[in-house]
Design a binder for this molecule. Structure first.
Ligand code: ADP
Ligand code: MG
Ligand code: MG
Ligand code: MG
Length: 663
């Protein structure tokens, strides 16, 4: 809850006066931390996950399911670490008043096998404790997107979409967390951008689909109300106009601590491409605002939902009546600059997007950073005095962003403000990966405290899964993959422009089975040394069921890449060591066979999703909707179907690994 300080939040026009102060102070804090901790070494692989829940009120008499927005007080009751049979749990507030985030109370130790077996029981505890504090008809569900969010009466109690913070045509202010930070963030994104955000998802076409978002009201309440009809809403698309459409989604994140800064940089770079494949494998969001859409995941929704870039920065014409510089106080002149002297530039991506800069590690070449990440030149220069070019470029890119929420009480650079100004920018850059440096020393501290968090990488791309079994599976596999990569050190670099293309492809319907991903061919791994470490290892068979064992390795040229399916990337191919082999060999040598049954189950699930023998949540849901009696082949998800889906998800949650969607 680091950033949830109490105080008076500044609206955009006042906050922007302090942009330079926050950025410069943030960079000073970063440099302090870097100098103090860049030689920090031998940290243990600790790791922890974050699971986000939606509180859903299921009313069987009315045959309806709604998002609950009046029980957020349970967060006060759930404050602090709570004991449970499988280690403690911690609850955190989230953007939505109907949301709850939970993590383990303390990170897991990734060098201890039993900790991998604790993840799922710990998650079960999190749900149980939450349920104990909620009325009987309320269920905490891990839905990536609530199917009818933004449509009609979708909250309990009912609330109208007429709030000043949101100004949304669809979402009431009452869905936003009561802490002032959240409505301020919402409004400041709009004020900086100079328009409401606009998210357009292609409608999935069925026999009777009109290919028109019929839910957009004509209204004259707020300044930006006409935007939908002035070009913000695209034909053939579902239109959404608020931060809440993105930050009101749930996702699955995992943070791990690497041995030192170098290992963290290496794993970060390698994971960049894996975030795309794991997004496809975790796909769980085919319905938004009551429509089946022609994609399977949440990522571009949340990316668009917090996109505070002005039309000029995006390189597009403003909507009628809006200025190209949005809420920036731009000085007239040939080169646009803001009053504090900051140049205004084109910015290719939202604050919530894929990574734009590799941090640079073994095997890295500067040409892999080919997506033209804009940087703050002044900050780059400052950082280059202390850091190498790649790391400096990473942070000089993150720090092109303006702070979005600032509390008037915290506008100084006094040391008692701790790491606030660094985190202000760092934590509002929501990329597929986050590189988390250690915090600066506390007052009086003179050397590294090995019990404080070290150099960490957060893997942030995945949609959340219905059951704790699935969530545990993805998390454990990604954590073990990080360890395996750090141990076997393949070269998986491809140019970041190809990673971007992969992220786009990961959005497509059934990308898990139909998609192809740009993948490096020559990884430097000795394929033969992974022989025998396919899924067969887990059942103790010596039988070889896998291409890898029998295939003939074809020498690939340095830097060449092929387009592989998720199946090939996960399960391996003649010339490619898959995630299955990396993880299996790692587990075999690190832990041996005894006690690894659960890890084997997790790996099998991920493997089956890639192979297509178990459908993704998104595929299953699309099928559930389109075969439902209440569905009329018009791509619309009506209230009754929304209800039946929520009831079904609750059944699947209870069924765990024996749920119908996993058979
Ligand atoms: P954020 O929302 O900023 O990503 P959270 O505190 O919600 O951060 O979650 C971070 C996760 O990182 C939690 O699961 C936590 O247990 C885990 N974690 C905490 N300390 C460490 C550490 N030293 N190394 C790795 N993971 C850690
Ligand atoms: Mg969190
Ligand atoms: Mg969260
Ligand atoms: Mg996180």
């Amino acid at each position: 809850m680091g950033l949830l300080s109490l105080g008076t939040p500044l609206c955009w026009a006042s906050a922007r006066e302090h942009n330079l102060l926050v950025r410069n102070n943030g960079i000073r804090l970063l440099l302090t931390a870097y100098v103090q901790s860049h030689t920090r070494a031998n940290d243990v692989f600790l790791w922890g996950d974050e699971v986000e829940y939606m509180l859903v009120k299921v009313d069987s008499a009315a045959h309806s399911a709604k998002l609950l927005i009046d029980q957020d007080h349970i967060l006060t009751e759930l404050d602090g670490a709570l004991e449970c049979a499988a280690g403690g749990v911690l609850y955190h507030p989230e953007y939505g008043r109907f949301m709850l985030e939970a993590t383990p109370a303390a990170p897991y130790n990734g060098t201890v096998l039993s900790d991998y077996n604790t993840v799922e029981p710990n998650m079960l505890c999190r749900r149980e404790i939450a349920r104990e504090h909620l009325p009987k008809d309320i269920v905490p569900l891990t839905l990536t997107a609530f199917p009818r969010m933004g449509l009609g009466e979708f909250t309990s109690p009912a609330a109208e979409a007429n709030g000043a913070a949101s100004q949304s045509l669809f979402l009431p202010d009452e869905i936003i967390n009561r802490h002032v930070r959240f409505p301020t963030l919402t409004a400041n994104i709009r004020r900086r951008r100079g328009e409401k955000v606009a998210i357009n998802l292609p409608i999935w076409k069925d026999t009777h689909t009109t290919m028109e978002d019929e839910t957009i009201p004509r209204r004259q309440l707020f300044l930006h109300d006409a935007e939908a009809f002035d070009g913000a809403a695209k034909p053939g698309h579902v239109y959404m106009d608020l931060m809440g459409f993105g930050m009101g989604l749930s996702c699955l994140q995992v943070t791990y601590q690497l041995r030192d800064i170098n290992e963290a940089r290496y794993v970060y770079d390698l994971m960049a491409n894996y975030t795309t494949v794991f997004l496809a494998l975790s796909a769980a969001a085919p319905v938004f605002k009551g429509y089946l859409v022609d994609q399977d995941v949440r990522w571009n929704v949340i990316s668009g939902a917090v996109d505070d870039r002005t039309p000029y920065e995006r390189g597009v014409a403003p909507l009628p009546g809006n200025g190209e510089f949005g809420g920036l106080d731009v000085e007239a002149g040939s080169e646009p600059v803001t009053k504090d002297g900051t140049p205004v530039r084109r910015v290719p991506k939202s604050r919530y997007d894929s990574v734009l800069v590799y941090l640079g590690s073994e095997g890295f070449k500067p040409e892999y950073n080919d997506v033209g990440a804009p940087v703050d030149e002044g900050i780059l220069k400052t950082l280059l005095g202390t850091m190498d070019e790649q790391l400096a470029t990473h942070f000089a890119h993150l720090f092109i962003r303006d702070p979005l929420v600032l509390f008037s009480e915290r506008v100084s650079s006094e040391p008692e403000l701790g790491n606030d100004h660094f985190e202000n920018i760092q934590l509002t850059n929501w990329q597929t990966l986050r590189f988390k440096p250690p915090a600066p020393f506390k007052p009086g501290q003179t050397e590294v405290d090995p019990t404080s968090p070290g150099w960490r990488v957060e893997f942030r791309s995945m949609d959340i899964q219905i059951t704790d079994f699935e969530n545990a599976a993805y998390l454990v596999v990604v954590a073990l993959l990080a360890r395996a990569l750090a141990k076997y050190r393949p070269n998986l670099y491809v140019p970041l422009s190809l990673v971007d293309e992969n992220l786009k492809r990961a959005h497509r319907v059934d990308a898990a089975t139909k998609g192809r991903f740009h993948w490096r061919e020559e990884t430097g791994l000795d394929v033969a040394s992974f022989k025998g470490y396919g899924l067969e290892w887990w059942s103790g068979d010596s039988g070889e069921d896998h291409d890898l064992a029998n295939g003939v390795a074809r020498p690939a040229e340095e830097d060449s890449h092929a387009e592989l399916s998720a199946d090939e990337i996960i399960n391996g191919l003649a010339r490619t060591v898959g995630v299955v082999q990396l993880v299996t060999k790692f587990v075999a040598l690190e832990f041996g066979r005894s006690g690894t049954e659960l890890v084997g189950e997790y790996l099998r699930l991920v493997s089956a999703r890639a192979r297509g023998t178990v459908a993704t949540n998104a595929h299953y849901m699309r099928q559930f909707v389109t075969t439902n009696q209440g569905y009329h082949q018009d791509s619309k998800v009506l209230d009754a179907v929304n209800y039946e889906w929520c009831v079904h998800v609750e059944e699947l949650t209870q069924a765990g690994r024996s749920g119908a969607h996993l058979q």
